[in-house]
Design a protein around this ligand. Structure first.
Ligand code: ZN
Length: 332
């Protein structure tokens, strides 16, 4: 089966984690020539295809390049456009990209968001096959007023921004302290997706209960769940954004691909599953690779793979017209 040609929906991709090291190198090169950075070449520090990264050390290294290099309009535009090009070339027809609004030395968080939205709009002018919408992320480490500002930005750009996310270090705000954000998420008029039960620290019954009280439409990861949460997921017919390579490569799940909880949820009536990449720039596995892995490790034939790809349609945040377009273009 041609997994690249298969029309796909990507609902769980972080913009900055999706930037390839090659693109980081290109941005670095321009800044290096004009003496705007003292960093070393990212392709020397993080060679492409180097398989033995320790993720605990790699993520901060990768992030340091992202935050040092993606600081102005040209670099953010270039990074966004290259991420969109990558998903398009991989056969993605609908993309919900997520990002955490942040200030840089020359940009406000709002400038950062409008730069990304402008890059998306410019890309869509000439590439009609893939539609992209933005989700704004609140980080678990944010204070309440930062989270309030992100909600305000999401509401202001509603339409091109279609949802709100909770992400970040899952060990931050343990033991239900996440409830500090409850008034914000409960007030949001946009659909919600949250990083859910990523690890033991963020999988306490208190936290899962709090997150479910926000009535999210989708849940990301869903690894460390109690039985009560599983029951609610089934009853509410929720969509799970499942991330095979990310979870296996980062050691978030045990037993390799064949033991990933994707298998359990795929067999579960009523629950929708949408495969995602999380951070293709870090893990190097494109969405087509994720479908190939699902086919290989769970014995799915072409008809089952097409049905899996279509499960995400009803869970997108992009509206009814977009769902109808996807019903037409996705393979049966
Ligand atoms: Zn994520």
């Amino acid at each position: 089966m041609d997994f690249k040609a298969l029309p796909k929906i990507e609902l769980h991709a972080h913009l900055t984690g999706s930037v390839t090291r090659r693109t980081l190198h290109d941005i670095w090169e321009a800044k290096h020539k004009s003496q705007q950075t003292t960093l070393e070449d990212p392709l020397v520090v993080m060679p492409e295809g180097k398989p033995d990264y320790n993720l605990k050390s790699f993520f901060p290294l990768f992030s340091s390049y992202i935050y040092e290099l993606l600081t102005d309009v040209p670099s953010i535009q270039q990074a966004t456009t290259s991420v969109l090009q990558g998903f398009l070339e991989d056969g993605v027809v609908y993309l919900e990209l997520r990002t955490t609004p942040r200030a840089t030395p020359s940009l406000t968080p709002e400038d950062y968001i409008t730069t990304i939205l402008d890059a998306i709009a410019a890309f869509e002018q000439t590439h009609h096959e893939m539609h992209t919408r933005l989700i704004l992320s609140i980080d678990r480490r944010h204070d309440v007023s930062t989270a309030e500002n992100i909600l305000a930005l999401a509401e202001k750009y509603r339409g091109r921004v279609v949802g709100l996310d909770l992400c970040g270090d899952p060990s931050a705000r343990p033991d239900g302290q996440i409830s500090v954000f409850t008034p914000i998420f409960q007030r949001a008029s946009l659909p919600l997706t949250v990083h859910f039960g990523e690890c033991v620290a963020s999988g306490s019954p208190e936290e899962l209960e709090t997150l479910l009280s926000w009535h999210p439409g989708r849940l990301g990861h869903a690894i460390c769940l109690d039985e009560e949460s599983k029951k609610v997921i089934r009853e509410r017919n929720l969509c799970l954004e499942l991330l095979l390579s990310c979870n296996v490569q980062a050691g978030m799940t045990q037993g390799g691909f064949a033991n990933h909880h994707f298998g359990e949820w795929l067999a579960c009536d009523g629950v929708k599953v949408s495969l995602g990449t999380d951070d293709v720039g870090v893990f190097g596995s494109e969405l087509s690779d994720e479908y190939r892995l699902a086919a290989e490790h769970f014995g799915l034939d072409q008809k089952q793979i097409c049905a899996l790809a279509r499960q995400g349609i009803e869970a997108i945040f992009g509206g009814e017209d977009e769902k109808e377009r996807l019903r037409q273009v996705m393979w049966i």
